[in-house]
Design a protein around this ligand. Structure first.
Ligand code: 5SP
Length: 216
């Protein structure tokens, strides 16, 4: 199956977020990646549930909501009601990761767990039977436009071996471009998040296709 492309709207024009979401939908993206930041777990602030609710009517595509917030658990229901289809929480921000994953599933949503670059993959071992996605951060979270951290390629490959036989996506996020996407896919990624590489020029369709068709 071809890799899923999830443009991060962190790099979109916030003054016309609805139209930007429609544009990446029409440009052929698979999911819409929404980076939620709290100014505490990460040094930046972005979207709350009302913003997600406001852009929900602009596309039918999957809303892939990446919660970079601590704590996440009190807000899971708000993000689910706002229109998230898949909710990802950070292993580092959650003392009760198993409980948060169960809470997301109980809301009828897909559940993801994200790992910062320094976090080893073994922290997901005992939630593997409940999750739908692992998100490997290939930059330190908080900002778009950073460079891909190469050490994460090995982590992606290890996770691929860990989840063998399970229907779990491996999403990779941060510094993904048409130049390096092939390496990330080769390591085992099934979903690529890209912000700057999609929104860098107005030809979103060409930018998405270049990442999807990346070759070494
Ligand atoms: O979650 C994050 C940053 O914290 C990412 O989703 C970035 O927004 C990706 O942006 P690029 O590195 O592709 O510009």
């Amino acid at each position: 199956m071809s890799v899923l492309i999830a443009p991060s709207i962190l790099s979109a024009d916030f003054a016309q977020l609805g139209a930007e979401v429609k544009a990446i939908d029409e440009a052929g993206c698979d999911w819409i990646h929404i980076d939620v930041m709290d100014g505490h777990f990460v040094p930046n602030l972005t979207f709350g549930p009302p913003v997600i609710k406001a852009i929900r009517p602009w596309t039918k595509k999957v809303f892939d909501v990446h919660l970079m917030i601590d704590p996440a658990q009190p807000y899971l229901e708000d993000y689910a009601k706002a229109g998230a289809d898949l909710i990802t929480v950070h292993a580092e921000a959650d003392k009760h990761l198993h409980r948060s994953v169960q809470a997301i599933k109980a809301l009828g949503k897909k559940a993801g767990v994200s790992l910062n670059p320094h976090t080893p993959e073994n922290v997901i071992e005992y939630v593997l039977d409940s999750i739908d996605m692992v998100l490997v951060m290939s930059v330190n979270p908080g900002f778009g436009g950073q460079s891909f951290i190469d050490s994460q390629l090995e982590k992606i490959a290890r996770i691929k071996r860990m989840i063998a036989g399970r229907a779990i996506d491996i999403q990779v996020d941060g510094g993904v471009t048409a130049d390096n996407a092939w390496k990330v896919m080769e390591a085992g990624a099934t979903c690529l998040v890209a912000g700057s590489a999609v929104f860098k020029t107005k030809d979103y369709a060409a930018n998405i296709a270049a990442i999807r068709n990346s070759k070494g």
